[in-house]
Unconditional design. Structure first.
Length: 269
């Protein structure tokens, strides 16, 4: 398996209300989450940082990730805006810094050496990418000195991402699943409802347990209120092979994220 990262994290996409975001992060960390994901484009890094400070959890216990927006991928922009993200988060480093999309100002010869420099300066422990296809991942491995630690993509029981998962396993990095509940579409899917009833679980917990049962996969569902604990309890759901096979058999080539609707050409969690 790749390097250490908590396999179930808290996504914060669309959490732009200050107090809601702060409380979700605080509640998640005090419930037991140790992985929090944000992005420059989410416009909530300051709220995530405040939630981290309010939680009765030591910063060193938390795996914190953020992403560079597509307009900030020139060499100098990577260096400058990473520092700005750290200031908003109120930390001296993040555990993982992603390229959010290989679009707009993305240039492998500019962006990827800048990630190496950020890592050399100790501002991030790991570097990763998001929404990259296998050919773009191969190029990143060739250009960048640091290993690709993770590729964050839409992945759920309606979109299995087998090609990307095979690449992650071959090259030993994490596939981090955003929208792991397919924007709620899995919550009333008959297969997941049936499996959930047999386990005394919820469909959301089954959807997450299925993902986490796949080698090299992590998941970052967004959640507020009681859903924070509900999702965390997916770690205690033990699907048997027959359950997993039923979910594997779901027709699985449908995206739920509308890329064109994202204002910075980025995706949701």
């Amino acid at each position: 398996m790749p390097g250490e990262m908590p396999r179930l994290g808290l996504g914060t996409y669309q959490q732009t209300d200050r107090e809601t975001c702060i409380e979700s992060v605080r509640r998640a960390l005090e419930a037991g989450y140790r992985h929090v994901d944000t992005a420059q484009g989410y416009e909530n890094e300051a709220y995530v940082g405040e939630g981290l400070r309010r939680a009765d959890v030591d910063r060193e216990e938390v795996f914190l990730a953020t992403k560079l927006s597509t307009e900030n991928l020139g060499y100098e922009d990577v260096l400058e805006t990473t520092e700005e993200s750290l200031d908003r988060l109120g930390v001296d480093r993040v555990d993982l810094l992603y390229v959010h999309w290989p679009l707009d100002t993305y240039d492998p010869e500019e962006t990827l050496p800048a990630l190496d420099e950020i890592r050399a300066r100790g501002l991030t422990e790991h570097v990763g990418v998001s929404n990259f296809e296998p050919r773009q991942l191969a190029e990143a491995r060739e250009v960048m000195d640091a290993p690709v630690f993770a590729n964050q993509v839409e992945c759920h029981a309606l979109l299995h991402q087998e090609d990307l998962l095979a690449d992650a396993r071959e090259h030993d990095y994490w596939l981090v699943a955003y929208s792991p509940l397919a924007k709620g579409e899995l919550l009333d899917h008959p297969v997941l409802v049936d499996v959930a009833e047999s386990h005394g679980a919820t469909p959301a917990q089954v959807a997450l347990a299925w993902l986490l049962g796949r080698e090299h996969v992590a998941a970052i569902p967004k959640a507020t209120g009681d859903h924070v604990e509900e999702n965390l309890d997916a770690l205690g759901v033990d699907l048997d092979p027959a359950d997993a096979e039923r979910i594997d058999a779901i027709e699985a080539e449908r995206r739920v994220v509308d890329f064109d609707a994202a204002p910075w050409h980025a995706s949701g969690d």
